[in-house]
Design a binder for this molecule. Structure first.
Ligand code: SDX
Length: 431
C-alpha cells in the first residue's frame, strides 16, 4: 500500500497518493488535486515538479550520480562509445553484435542529406550562428523525406528508420552548418569512416585534402558526445517531450530541443565558458576579479560552467571531462592557458563561501570547451556538439512518451494575476 499525503485546505482534508521510484525518489501525485479541491500547485522553474516517470536516466544530485538505463556514467565513459550508448538510451539495453551492426549500418545508409537541401544552406548569411542553422535544417530535412513526414505516431517499425536518419543526419547538418557559416564548400560523408570520425572529416577536410583523423581526437570527441547523451528532464529534453506530447514528428521535436539548448544558461554555457575564460585571460586577471563580479548580483556576471539545478555536488561528467582534458592536451602537446585559468577558478571558487554555501560546483560545461578548443572545434560550434551528443536522449524521451499508453498532451495550468474584467475603451477616449 503506497503512503498517502494529507493536505488540509479551507477546513477540508484531501488525501493524495504518493509514488516511490526504483531509486527511492518520492513524489506526491497531485493529478486529482484540481478536480477535488479547486487548487493547483505552483512551482516556479519546476524545481519541485516531476513532469513524468521515466526509465531512461537517473541522477542523484546530492551524491553526484548519473546512470543511463542503470549503468554508471563512469563505466560507460571508460568501456563504451557514443553509438553503443545511444542504442542503450533509445532501446533500453546495450545492443548485441547483430543489433549494433544493424544500427551502425542504418546510420551509414542514411548519412546523406537530400541534395536539394544545399539550396537551403545557401539561404543563410555567412556568419549565421550554427545553432540557428541546425534547428532550421533539422526541420527542413524532414520536408525532403516522405518516410519522416508520413510517419504515423506509434508506428515503431518505421520509427527505427526515422531515428537512424535523425542521429546520422544531425551530424551531417551540423558539419554543413559550420561550413556554410564560414563560406566553405560542403564536404560529403565517407563510407569508410565511423560516426565521429566522419563528423570531423565533414567539418575539417577540404576539397583538396582529407583532414587527418587522429584516434585520440576521435576518442575525445566521442567521449564528449557520450557524456552529453542524456540528462533526465533538463530544459531541452523537457521541450522535446512537450512537443512530442502533441504528436508532432520526431524531427520537429528535435528542432525545438536545439532552440532550448542554445540558451547560455543551458547548452550555450560551454561557449559562454570559453568566452569568459578568454576575457579573464585578456584582462590579465588571475580569476579573482571575475569571481568577485560573479558573486555581485549587480554585475550581471555568472561563473559560467558552475552551478546546476540538480547537482549539489561535483557533476560526475565534469570530473571525467577534466581528466580527459589533461590527457588530450598532453597527447596533442597543447599548453592552453585557459585550462590553467579554469583550474585556478575552480580551486578559488570551491574555497569561497559564496559558492560553497550555494553548493555551486563545476558542471559538464566548465571543462568541455577546453577539450573542444584543443580539437580545433570553433567556439560557436560548442552548443552544436552538445546537440549532437544529446540527440539520443531526446529521441529516447520522445519514444518513451510515444510508447506510454496513457500519454497526454503537456498542458500546464497557471495562476492568473492580470487585470480583472474591464470594458473596451474606444480610441478617442483613451488618454
Ligand atoms: C547544463 O538541467 C540540466 O541537466 C542541464 C545540463 C544537461 O546536461 O542538460 O546539465 C546542462 O545546462 C548545465 C548548466 C550550464 N549553465 C551554466 O553553467 C550557466 C551558469 N549556471 C547558472 O546560470 C545556474 O547555476 C543554473 C542555470 C545552471 C542553475 O540555475 P538555478 O537552479 O535556477 O539556480 P539559481 O539561479 O536559482 O541559483 C541559486 C543561487 C542564486 O544566488 P542567490 O539568489 O541564492 O543569492 O546561486 C547563484 C544564484 O545567483 N548562482 C550563481 C551561479 N549559479 C547559481 N552565482 C554565480 N555564478 C553561477 N554560475
Amino acid at each position: 500500500m503506497s503512503k498517502e499525503a494529507k493536505l488540509e485546505l479551507d477546513g477540508k482534508v484531501y488525501t493524495l497518493p504518493t509514488v516511490e521510484g526504483s531509486e527511492g525518489e518520492k513524489a506526491v501525485d497531485v493529478s486529482s488535486l484540481r478536480a477535488t479541491s479547486g487548487y493547483i500547485t505552483l512551482d516556479d522553474g519546476y524545481g519541485n515538479t516531476g513532469s513524468c516517470s521515466s526509465k531512461i536516466t537517473f541522477i542523484d544530485g546530492d551524491l553526484g550520480i548519473l546512470r543511463y538505463r542503470g549503468i554508471g556514467i563512469e563505466e560507460l565513459a571508460e568501456k563504451s562509445n557514443f553509438i553503443e550508448t545511444a542504442y542503450l538510451l533509445i532501446y533500453g539495453s546495450l545492443p548485441n553484435a547483430d543489433q549494433l551492426r544493424t544500427f551502425s549500418d542504418a546510420l551509414m545508409e542514411f548519412q546523406f542529406l537530400h541534395e536539394d537541401m544545399k539550396y537551403h544552406f545557401e539561404g543563410f548569411p555567412t556568419g549565421a550562428h550554427p545553432m540557428a542553422i541546425l534547428s532550421a535544417m533539422i526541420n527542413a530535412a524532414s520536408c525532403f523525406d516522405e518516410k519522416i513526414m508520413r510517419w504515423q505516431w506509434g508506428k515503431t517499425k518505421e520509427f527505427d528508420i526515422v531515428v537512424a536518419k535523425l542521429i546520422s543526419q544531425v551530424r551531417t547538418i551540423a558539419a554543413y552548418s559550420y561550413r556554410k557559416s564560414h563560406g566553405l564548400p560542403l564536404i560529403y560523408p565517407k563510407k569508410s569512416y565511423k560516426y565521429t570520425a566522419n563528423f570531423l572529416h565533414m567539418l575539417f577536410s577540404s576539397p583538396y585534402e582529407d583532414y587527418e583523423i587522429k584516434p585520440e581526437v576521435v576518442k575525445a570527441l566521442d567521449l564528449i558526445f557520450l557524456l552529453h547523451a542524456d540528462h533526465e528532464q533538463n530544459c531541452s529534453t523537457s521541450t522535446v517531450r512537450m512537443v512530442a506530447s502533441s504528436q508532432a514528428n520526431l524531427f520537429a521535436s528535435a528542432s525545438a530541443g536545439v532552440c532550448a539548448l542554445w540558451g547560455p544558461l543551458h547548452g550555450g554555457a560551454n561557449q559562454a565558458v570559453i568566452e569568459m575564460l578568454e576575457q579573464i585571460h585578456k584582462e590579465g586577471d588571475d580569476g579573482s576579479r571575475f569571481i568577485a563580479a560573479a558573486k555581485d548580483k549587480n554585475s550581471g556576471k555568472k561563473l559560467m560552467g558552475f552551478g546546476h539545478r540538480v547537482y549539489k555536488n561535483y557533476d560526475p561528467r565534469a570530473k571525467i571531462i577534466k581528466k580527459s582534458c589533461d590527457q588530450v592536451l598532453e597527447k596533442l602537446k597543447i599548453n592552453d592557458p585557459l585550462l590553467d585559468i579554469a583550474k585556478h577558478l575552480e580551486e578559488a571558487a570551491l574555497k569561497d563561501s559564496y559558492f560553497v554555501e550555494r553548493k555551486l560546483y563545476p558542471n559538464v560545461d566548465f571543462y568541455s570547451g577546453i577539450i573542444m578548443r584543443a580539437l580545433e572545434i570553433p567556439v560557436e560550434m560548442f552548443p552544436v556538439i552538445f546537440a549532437i551528443g544529446r540527440m539520443p536522449g531526446w529521441i529516447a524521451n520522445y519514444k518513451e512518451i510515444m510508447e506510454e499508453p496513457k500519454s497526454r498532451i503537456y498542458r500546464p495550468r497557471q495562476v492568473y494575476v492580470g487585470r480583472t474584467l474591464n470594458p473596451y475603451v474606444p480610441l478617442a477616449e483613451r488618454k
